[in-house]
Design a protein around this ligand. Structure first.
Ligand code: GAR
Length: 215
């Protein structure tokens, strides 16, 4: 069975969605380890409760980004994963780290990239007054939040929304699309061509944009 390692920094609800998909039989995968750069990440406990090996690599214990990333890569590589899954891992990764995992490192971001890279995406969407917001799963490249897009889910921005209500609407969709993207990768259905993702012919085009009803 294919192996993944999941990196988190906090709550770990996307990680939980992956565990739930695995447990439901929708995602045949060996979640070999969950690694956090923060010891207080709630997701570490959730993972341990599910019987998954957990590790903590403290970024504050290293003199710089490269040194931390090298230790993190050592920790990941002992599990020999087919795919490394960033699930709320709130660290900028060095170019060397990203290149080491070229084509097998994916991330979920809470906006419709290339709109709103970086932090505070929901607040910025509200301030801009956009009517559509959402989330993106993409391959990671050295440029922050800019890699080839695998799948996106769009949600409406409603007049009564605040940051919390919009974030919750988006998060529900994150939990839908991330397990799907991981499954496609592990099934070999994602082909990287000229910096873009081409889906296997067995996947219908409509599957890459999730556009739920307004609620
Ligand atoms: C998620 O909304 C994820 O998209 C976001 O952090 C949250 C983590 O939640 N990631 C980023 O902003 C990365 N740039 P979770 O820990 O409950 O999965």
């Amino acid at each position: 069975m294919k192996k993944i390692v999941i990196l988190i920094s906090g709550r770990g609800s996307n990680m939980e969605a992956l565990i739930a998909a695995r447990d439901a039989g929708d995602l045949p995968v060996n979640i070999a380890a969950v690694i956090s750069n923060r010891v207080e990440a709630e997701g570490l406990e959730t993972a341990a409760r599910s019987g998954i090996v957990t590790h903590f690599v403290n970024h504050k214990a290293f003199p710089g980004r490269e040194a931390f990333d090298a230790r993190l890569a050592d920790c990941i590589d002992q599990f020999e994963p087919d795919l490394v899954v960033l699930a709320g891992f709130m660290r900028i990764l060095s170019e060397g780290f990203v290149r080491h995992y070229g084509g097998r490192l994916i991330n979920i971001h809470p906006s419709l990239l290339p709109a709103f890279p970086g932090l505070h995406t929901h607040q910025r969407a509200l301030e801009e007054g956009v009517r559509i917001h959402g989330c993106t799963v993409h391959f990671v490249t050295p440029e922050l939040d800019h890699g080839p897009v695998i799948i996106q889910a769009a949600v409406p921005v409603l007049d009564g929304d605040d940051e919390a209500s919009l974030a919750a609407r988006v998060l529900r969709q994150e939990h839908q699309i991330y397990p799907r993207a991981v499954r496609w990768f592990l099934e070999g259905k994602l082909h990287l061509e000229n910096g873009r993702v081409r889906l296997d012919e067995s996947l219908a085009d409509s599957a890459v944009l999730v556009s739920p009803e307004i609620r």
